[in-house]
Design a protein around this ligand. Structure first.
Ligand code: ADP
Length: 741
C-alpha cells in the first residue's frame, strides 16, 4: 500500500512535466519512419530534430526502457555535434528530460546529474523558467533520496531567488515543490504550500495543484474539503481532457472514500482509474507497468475485501440488531403476556372467590332453611302430640301419638347426628372402628329396619347377594350401617313406585354394595356434586322431600375413611344406582388404614382405669348424671368429684388430688376456659410435679372454639353427645401417660 502510494506520488511529482494528452503511438511510428528516411539522406540536423522529438514523445508513454535506449543514442549524437544549432536548441530540454527519465527509474543520482547539466545550460542562456523548474525537480529528488535538509534548503534558496525575481509563476512552482517534500511528513504544512501553488495561469498545473490541495485535506482527514478540491480538479481535468489529472483525481477520490469508509464509491473510482490506464496505451510495457498493475490489483482486492467485510459486518450488525430487537420484543411480550395472564388469573381467582362466597352464602341460607324445616317438622309433631296427650291423656289415639313422637324424636336425632358427624369429619376427629363383621348381616339389619318405611310407600325393598360376596370382612359396622341407612333411606325417599334393591357382590378385593332404585333419577351434571355438603338436586325436590343435603357427603367421607369409594349412576325418570365398594380385609392386621381403630373392649378398658380420681366440672345436672352413670358402670373404684363452675373447680383442685378433669365450657360464673388457664397458673406457682390432664366436654365443636380450649391449657376435647368408648379411650390415654410418668 505504502509502495503504491509512493509510486503514485512519484508519478505525480513528475507529472507536472509530462504534459501529454493521449500519446499517439502512430505518431512515434511515423517519426521512426521519417528518421530512417532522413538517415539515408545524411541530414544530421533533421535527424537530430526528429530523434529528439521521438524521444520526448516516447517519454510520455510508460515505455521507459525504449526511452532510455533512444535517450542514450541521442546523447551520444548531441555530445558529438555540440556545435550544431539544433543541438544548442535541444541540449538543455534533452538533459532535463533525461533527468526526469532517470528519476522514473529510481536512479536519483544520475537524475540529478542530468538535471544539473540542464540547469547549467539554462543558466547560460538565461532560461530562468527551465532553470528553476529543474532546480525544483532536483530538490524533490534530494527528498526522494532521503536528503530532506538538502531538499529544504535548496527550496528555501530557490524561493528566495524567484521571489527576488518577482516571477509569480515560478514562486507558485517552488511552492508546489515545497508541497511535494512536505505532503508525506506534515500534510498541514504541505497544505499551505499547495494552496500557494495554485497561483498559476497554466491550466494543467492549476488542475494538478487543486488535486494536491485535496490530497492535503485527505491526509488531514478533512474529507468534505478534500472532496471539494478533488471534484473541482477532476471537473477541469475532464473538461480539458487532462489525462494524468483525471487519473490522479480518481485515485484521490478513491483514497478519500476509503477514508470515509464508503468502500463502494472508493471501488467505483478505483475502477475508473484502472480503466483509464487500461484504455490509454500509456501502459504499454515495461517493468513499471507490471509492477503498477500488480499493485493496483492487490489494492483493488484489498478494497473489495474491505467492502465485503463491510457488507458482512453490516449484515452481522443487522442480524444482531434483528436478534436483539426480537429478543427484547420477545421479553417485552412475555412480560406483558405474564402480566395479563397474572391479572386474568387474579381476576379469575377473585371471581371464583366471589362465586364461592356467594355460593356458600346461598348454601348457608339454604341449609338454615332446610335444617329449620327439618327441625320444625318433628318438633311440631312432638309438641302437637304432647299437647294433645296433655289435653286428653286417655285418648284412643294415645299409642299413635306416642309412636309419632318417637319417630319424630328419632328423626331429630338423625339430623343432629348427621351434623355432628359432618363436624367431626371436617375437624378430622372422626374415628373408624375396625372389627371383623359379617357384612350380609349388617345389610340385612338395615333392610329390615327400613322395610317398613318402604312398604309404607308401596315400594318393594329386598337384597340380592352374589355367591362370592365375602362372608366376613374387617369394617366399622356402625358406619356401614349409617351409610346403608342413608343410601337406602334416600332411595325410599326419592322413589314413588317400583322397587329398591340392595345388591351385594364382590369385585376382586372389593365388597360392592349397590342400591338400585326405580325413582326419579338424577341429572348427569348433578351426579358428582350431590356428594358435596349441602348439595341437593333442586329446591323443588327439597321442599317436597325434605333433607339437609348432608347425608351423601357424610357417606362419602365415611367410605373414603375406610379406604373405599362411592359413586352414582342414574337415568332421569328411570332410577338411580348408588354404588360403594369397601376393601375386603379378612384380618385386622391387614386393615392397616390409619383411620381404622382396633375395636376396643370397654370392660377391659374400664378395668385398666380402676381407682382413677376425676373432677367433673359441669353446670348441667343431667349431663353430670349421664357421665357419672357411664363411668361408674365401666370403671371400678372410681372417684368422681363434681363442681358446678370454674370457681368451685379451682377450690377443689387446690384442696384435693385428681388424676383428670372433665371441664364444661359454658357455665355461670367462671367458665371452662378461664378455669383451665387458672389451673395451669396454679400448677406453675406451686411447682407442681405433674400436669393434670384437662379434657373439655362440650357441644361446641367449631374449630375456632376448639383452638381456644387448647390455647387455654386444655389437653383435649370430647364433643357432646359422646360415645362411652370415646371417653374411656381418652381417659385411658392420659391416665396411662400419667402413670408412665
Ligand atoms: P338430603 O337427602 O338430605 O337432601 P343427601 O346428601 O342424602 O341429602 O342427598 C343429596 C341430594 O341428592 C338429595 O337432596 C337429592 O336431590 C339427591 N338424591 C340422593 N339420593 C337420591 C336418589 N336415590 N334418587 C334421586 N335423587 C337422590
Amino acid at each position: 500500500m505504502k509502495w503504491v502510494g509512493f509510486m503514485v506520488l512519484l508519478l505525480w511529482g513528475l507529472s507536472a512535466y509530462s504534459q501529454e494528452n493521449e500519446v499517439s503511438f502512430e505518431q512515434i511510428d511515423s517519426l521512426t519512419e521519417q528518421i530512417s528516411h532522413v538517415k539515408n539522406k545524411d541530414d544530421l540536423a533533421k535527424e537530430l530534430e526528429l530523434l529528439f522529438e521521438r524521444f520526448i514523445l516516447n517519454t510520455k508513454t510508460l515505455n521507459h526502457n525504449q526511452s532510455y535506449v533512444w535517450g542514450l543514442e541521442l546523447e551520444a549524437l548531441i555530445e558529438e555535434n555540440k556545435s550544431l544549432d539544433i543541438v544548442q536548441k535541444i541540449r538543455q530540454p534533452f538533459y532535463s528530460r533525461m533527468g526526469w527519465l532517470f528519476n522514473t527509474f529510481g536512479e536519483y543520482e544520475m537524475s540529478i546529474e542530468y538535471y544539473q547539466k540542464s540547469i547549467d545550460l539554462a543558466e547560460e542562456t538565461g532560461n530562468y523558467e527551465s532553470k528553476y523548474k529543474d532546480l525544483g525537480a532536483v530538490a524533490f529528488t534530494h527528498y526522494l533520496l532521503g536528503r530532506n535538509e538538502e531538499a529544504e534548503s535548496l527550496l528555501d534558496q530557490l524561493m528566495q531567488e524567484v521571489t527576488d525575481l518577482g516571477n509569480q509563476e515560478l514562486i507558485a512552482e517552488i511552492q508546489y515543490r515545497y508541497y511535494t517534500v512536505w505532503i508525506d511528513r506534515e500534510p498541514e504544512k504541505a497544505l499551505g504550500h499547495a494552496r500557494a501553488s495554485l497561483n498559476t495561469p497554466n491550466q494543467r498545473d492549476y488542475t494538478h495543484r487543486l488535486l494536491c490541495v485535496g490530497t492535503c485535506f485527505d491526509r488531514l482527514g478533512a474529507y468534505d474539503s478534500a472532496l471539494f478540491y478533488a471534484n473541482k480538479g477532476l471537473e477541469i481535468a475532464q473538461e480539458k481532457d487532462f489525462f494524468t489529472q483525471k487519473s490522479n483525481g480518481h485515485i484521490l477520490l478513491k483514497n478519500i472514500y476509503s477514508g470515509m469508509g464508503d468502500f463502494q464509491k472508493a471501488l467505483e473510482n478505483f475502477e475508473i482509474y484502472h480503466s483509464l490506464h487500461i484504455n490509454s496505451k500509456s501502459f504499454r510495457s515495461g517493468m513499471m507497468l507490471m509492477a503498477i498493475n500488480q499493485k493496483i490489483l492487490e489494492e483493488k482486492l484489498e478494497l473489495q475485501e474491505s467492502l465485503a467485510q463491510e457488507k458482512l459486518s453490516n449484515q452481522r450488525s443487522l442480524m444482531w440488531i434483528f436478534v436483539i430487537s426480537t429478543l427484547v420484543l420477545g421479553v417485552i411480550l412475555f412480560i406483558l403476556y405474564s402480566r395479563i395472564k397474572l391479572i386474568n388469573h387474579q381476576k379469575k381467582r377473585i371471581e371464583e372467590e366471589k362465586n364461592r362466597a356467594e355460593q356458600s352464602e346461598r348454601y348457608v341460607e339454604q341449609f338454615l332453611t332446610n335444617i329449620s324445616h327439618e327441625i320444625r317438622t318433628p318438633m311440631h309433631a312432638i309438641s302437637g302430640m304432647v299437647n294433645a296427650l296433655l289435653r286428653n291423656p286417655d285418648s284412643e289415639f294415645k299409642q299413635e301419638y306416642l309412636e309419632v313422637m318417637r319417630i319424630s324424636s328419632d328423626n331429630l336425632l338423625v339430623l343432629l347426628n348427621d351434623m355432628l358427624d359432618l363436624a367431626k369429619i371436617e375437624s378430622g376427629k372422626i374415628q373408624i372402628i375396625s372389627e371383623e363383621i359379617k357384612p350380609l348381616q349388617v345389610a340385612t339389619g338395615v333392610v329390615n329396619l327400613l322395610k317398613f318405611k318402604a312398604s309404607e310407600k308401596g315400594l318393594d325393598l329386598g337384597i340380592d347377594v352374589s355367591e362370592d360376596f365375602p362372608e366376613t370382612m374387617v369394617s366399622d359396622p356402625a358406619r356401614l350401617t349409617q351409610v346403608l341407612i342413608n343410601l337406602i333411606g334416600n332411595a325410599i325417599k326419592f322413589t314413588d313406585k317400583g322397587q329398591i334393591r340392595l345388591r351385594l357382590s364382590r369385585e376382586n378385593d372389593w365388597a360392592r354394595f349397590e342400591i338400585v332404585d326405580s325413582g326419579m333419577g338424577i341429572p348427569a351434571e348433578k351426579l358428582q356434586v350431590i356428594f358435596d355438603s349441602f348439595e341437593q338436586v333442586d329446591q323443588v325436590r327439597t321442599r317436597e322431600y325434605g333433607g339437609t343435603g348432608l347425608g351423601l357427603s357424610i357417606s362419602k367421607k365415611l367410605i373414603e375413611l375406610q379406604g373405599g369409594r362411592i359413586w352414582a349412576e342414574s337415568e332421569l325418570g328411570k332410577g338411580s344406582t348408588f354404588i360403594f365398594e369397601l376393601p375386603i380385609h379378612s384380618s385386622l392386621a391387614e386393615a392397616s388404614n390409619p383411620n381404622l381403630k382396633p375395636h376396643v373392649d370397654l370392660k377391659t378398658l374400664g378395668e385398666e382405669l380402676a381407682g382413677i380420681r376425676i373432677l367433673l366440672v359441669d353446670d348441667d345436672e343431667f349431663n353430670m348424671m349421664v357421665v357419672q352413670d357411664d363411668l361408674n358402670y365401666f370403671i371400678p373404684e372410681l372417684t368422681i368429684t363434681v363442681a358446678k363452675n370454674g370457681e368451685e373447680a379451682l377450690q377443689l383442685f387446690e384442696k384435693e388430688d385428681f388424676d383428670l378433669i372433665f371441664m364444661d365450657i359454658h357455665m355461670p360464673g367462671m367458665g371452662g376456659i378461664a378455669a383451665a388457664e387458672k389451673i395451669r397458673v396454679l400448677e406453675a406457682q406451686n411447682n407442681a410435679k405433674k400436669r393434670i390432664p384437662i379434657i373439655a366436654l362440650t357441644a361446641n365443636i367449631v374449630q375456632s372454639e376448639i383452638n381456644k380450649f387448647m390455647a387455654s391449657g386444655m389437653d383435649d376435647y370430647i364433643p357432646k353427645p359422646y360415645k362411652v368408648e370415646e371417653i374411656l379411650l381418652k381417659m385411658h390415654h392420659f391416665y396411662k401417660q400419667e402413670l408412665g410418668n
